[in-house]
Write a protein that binds this ligand. Structure first.
Ligand code: NAP
Length: 257
């Protein structure tokens, strides 16, 4: 019997096959969960559709998470097409390129706002829209993706580190707020993975190499390992865990020097 058979989830943030969201999707689908997906803008529609078509009966909706209308219509479509919702995966982040390159002190008001709107506030907006469906399923799980740059300074991560700190705090506030509805909210803090978004960070290749050399496990994390953690967090095996940030980084975060 599959661990998540009969359950349904929605995944935000698949851009291509290297996306962390796609690694999570494969693991959740492998555990028997039915999935819906979103894409942002026509530019990505075709490539995301090619991937989602490899899963059984997986609807795909357009959704720019900065648009309240898009968020509303996405969850109306989920209700119509899936009929239930047990899990929401938020795997989205964006900052202007110039804010991931220069000095952090140079971050402008608009760049700061955009990074926080897309990367942190969207978790609150998506979760709020999902609550009625999750509640109707008797509870559910929300997962957000974060990075160690929320806790410690990572060169070049700049405003994204500050947005991730906001995302992690939002995970805790949402968890406290929604616990009574049996909705659990957690984050996975992944080690560096070579994705489209990651390549926007200056010096990312060096970061990958540094992590692999320094991490206790002596390597970088694999998509499969992030996906397996998501399966655990969504499943009844994690029924006592909420408001947590779980590091899936081959142990890198335990090091002081
Ligand atoms: P990715 O494949 O580029 O995924 C990022 C996704 O965010 C893309 O699908 C992107 O769509 C989407 N997005 C950006 N702005 C959006 C908006 N306004 N509305 C809807 N979607 C939007 O990169 P990834 O590395 O897998 O990132 C997924 C998550 O993991 C992010 O939260 C990231 O910070 C986190 N994370 C990544 C790493 C890493 O090393 N890669 C480590 C730890 C945590 P578009 O391409 O259309 O903009």
């Amino acid at each position: 019997m599959s661990l998540l058979a009969g359950k349904a989830g929605i995944i935000f943030g698949v851009a291509n096959k290297r996306s962390i969201a796609w690694g999570i999707a494969r693991a959740l689908a492998g555990a028997g969960m039915r999935l819906a997906f979103t894409y942002q803008g026509e530019r990505l529609k075709e490539s995301v559709a090619e991937l989602t078509a490899t899963l059984p009966d997986a609807p795909l909706y357009p959704c720019d998470v900065t648009s309240d209308d898009d968020v509303r219509s996405t969850f109306a479509a989920v209700e119509r097409d899936l009929g239930r919702l047990d899990a929401l995966v938020h795997s989205i982040a964006y900052a202007q390129r110039e804010d991931l390159e220069g000095e952090f002190v140079a971050t402008g008001r608009e760049g700061f706002r955009i990074a926080h709107d897309v990367s942190a506030y969207s978790l609150v907006a998506l979760t709020r829209a999902a609550v009625p469906l999750l509640e109707r399923a008797g509870g559910g799980a929300v997962i957000a993706m974060t990075y160690y740059g929320a806790e410690k300074v990572a060169p070049g991560y700049n405003v994204m580190g500050v947005a991730k700190a906001s995302l992690e705090a939002s995970v805790r506030y949402l968890a406290a707020n929604l616990g009574a509805k049996r909705i659990r909210v957690n984050a996975i803090s992944a080690g560096p993975v070579n994705t489209l978004a990651a390549r926007g960070i200056r010096g990312f290749t060096g970061m990958l190499q540094h992590h692999a050399e320094r991490a206790p496990l002596g390597r970088n994390v694999e998509l499969r390992e992030i996906g397996d953690t998501a399966v655990f967090l969504v499943s009844p095996m994690a029924s006592g865990i909420t408001g947590e940030v779980i590091h899936v980084d081959c142990g890198y975060h335990i090091l002081a020097v």
